[in-house]
Design a protein around this ligand. Structure first.
Ligand SMILES: Nc1ncnc2c1ncn2[C@@H]1O[C@H](COP(=O)(O)OP(=O)(O)OP(=O)(O)O)[C@@H](O)[C@H]1O
Length: 274
């Protein structure tokens, strides 16, 4: 097990957000964290990345204890991709991706293997054609893929990805999750990703962790723990899970909206997949 947390409590200016979070994410598996807005998912990833000090409890990540380990040690072994990545607008994509390796080494010298690994990461994501482009010229989705490439190029033991699909088109969402699952298995690394798309989580995650109000309300393989009752309770929606050709799709309808419906057809139009 590469990521273990024990009874983590954390908050901001005395306001509690995480209230006793304990879980384990295993190497070789893709673990997806789900939960409504404000549940504490990003705060949990920031604690694991060593960027937010917990008030109580601890984590062991890639052999490092948090709190305790230095941010440099963590950066060397852990690839953290936050929701909003600032980036350096004047760098080219290949320079930016390669820089993550240089910084993790605590050096300022770019080596050939930094560029080789950076190019490999861009290839994995199918964006090697962007290598010579300047960051400020990229679209939102391209920038998101470049941020993920930066983490992949470091070849860390653990990846922490905060909503890595939020700016991606449907094809790239599936490409990325397929790739992450493959990397987890092939390289025996631990990948923890926050997602809002429950259907993607249901089909790609090896394990899910469902959070609400700063606590974990369910965890385990999605086929064992993800059901209509859980989705309905956690998100406050009416949920249906349908399975077609082995693919599980989560359909939801916000309960408040059904009051607007005139007959059944309006309700059906308001049904969406997540
Ligand atoms: N820097 C901060 N200062 C104060 N409060 C914060 C800060 N960051 C987050 N919070 C609060 O902590 C709570 C949890 O936020 P967090 O970003 O961890 O939730 P989340 O589950 O990732 O939500 P989302 O799905 O909307 O991204 C929220 O109530 C939020 O307002």
């Amino acid at each position: 097990m590469t990521v273990v947390t024990r009874d983590i409590h954390a908050g901001y200016k005395g306001r509690p957000v995480l209230r006793g979070v304990s879980f384990a994410a295993e190497a070789g598996r893709l673990t997806v964290i789900l939960g409504p807005n404000g549940a504490g998912k990003s705060t949990l990833l920031r604690v694991l990345a060593g960027l937010h000090r917990p008030d109580r409890g601890y984590a062991i990540i890639a052999g490092l204890r948090i709190p305790g380990a230095s941010t440099r040690e963590i950066a060397r072994r852990v690839g953290y991709v936050p929701q909003m990545q600032q980036g350096r607008p004047l760098l080219t994509v290949i320079e930016y991706v390669a820089m993550s390796r240089v910084v993790a080494r605590g050096s300022w010298r770019l080596r050939d293997d930094d560029l080789e690994e950076a190019y490999r990461a861009l290839q994995l994501l199918g964006i090697e054609h962007l290598a010579g482009r300047v960051l400020s010229e990229l679209s939102g989705g391209q920038r998101q893929l470049v941020s993920i490439a930066q983490a992949l190029a470091k070849r860390p033991q653990v990846h922490l990805l905060d909503e890595p699909t939020s700016a991606l088109d449907i094809r790239n969402q599936h490409m990325l999750l397929d790739l992450l699952r493959e990397i987890a298995r092939r390289e025996k690394v631990t990948i923890v990703a926050v997602l809002h798309d429950i259907t993607l989580a249901a089909n790609y995650a090896d394990d899910i962790i469902v959070m609400r109000d700063g606590t974990i309300v369910a965890c385990g393989p999605p086929q064992e723990v993800l059901d209509e009752k859980l989705v309905s309770t956690v998100y406050g929606v009416n949920a249906r899970i349908v399975e077609l050709d082995g693919w599980r799709t989560v359909l939801v309808r916000a309960p408040g909206r059904s009051r607007l419906a005139r007959g059944g057809s309006r309700e059906q139009r308001q049904t969406s997949t997540v």
